[in-house]
Write a protein that binds this ligand. Structure first.
Ligand code: URA
Length: 216
């Protein structure tokens, strides 16, 4: 598994990340979602460089342009609900993509007790396709691992990209262990560790709540 950590080289993503983490700025819910979206647009562009393209002659008003177009559409798979904000960025870049929706919620408790429950899966056939699995917070890895296990019921992708905004080393190690078939793991930042409630430290808090409000 190849890991790309966007924080290694300061870029405009660093500015968006700083705003996401800032306890004052993140109170503006629309701006929080927008920053996740903007990070996702940048990530999607970087991922696009690893996709396959085919030659296509395109007729302009003046002549024929020798162009390249996507050889096939990727499948964007998202873990609800926090994945929604990332999804809006990915769909902006890959506007003809197919989509897969997975619902996962986690039990609250100690890190060891955290379990992701998968209740809903709407997916096309994934056999031989390129899948980009998105989830903003890679904490224990349980929602991504549970989500990917659910996805496999719809076929085995030929390429698997996973994109997250913030990751904990514990979650990265877990993915390396449990989903070795990940080709590239795209991360906005790798933080220090998980706390006893499985939140990423320093992290940014609860991404789903910050984007969409608290839940019961
Ligand atoms: N999910 C979040 O939203 N935040 C964390 O820190 C960990 C999981």
């Amino acid at each position: 598994m190849h890991i790309v950590n966007f924080s290694e080289t300061p870029s405009i993503i660093s500015q968006y990340m700083a705003e996401l983490r800032n306890i004052d700025t993140q109170k503006d819910r629309a701006r929080f979602r927008e920053n996740i979206k903007r990070i996702s647009v940048c990530m999607a562009y970087e991922i696009s460089k690893q996709l396959a393209y085919k030659k296509a002659d395109v007729q302009t008003p003046l002549a024929v342009s020798a162009s390249h177009v996507l050889a096939e559409q990727p499948i964007i798979a998202l873990v609800l609900r926090a994945g929604l904000a990332m999804h809006s960025g990915f769909v902006e870049v890959f506007d003809g993509a197919d989509h897969c929706f997975i619902s996962a919620y986690r039990d609250e408790g100690s890190v060891d007790e955290i379990k992701a429950h998968i209740e809903y899966l709407a997916s096309p056939n994934l056999e031989g396709r390129t899948v980009i699995l998105i989830d903003p917070m890679l904490a224990t890895g349980s929602s991504l691992i549970g989500g990917y296990a659910a996805l496999l019921k719809r076929g085995t992708p030929k390429k698997l990209h996973v994109a997250c905004v913030v990751a904990a080393p514990e979650g990265i190690a877990e993915l390396q262990n449990k989903i070795p078939e990940i080709d590239t793991l795209w991360l906005g930042a790798i933080d220090a560790h998980l706390n006893k409630h499985a939140y990423i430290v320093p992290g940014l808090g609860d991404a789903g709540d910050l984007a969409y409000g608290s839940k019961m």
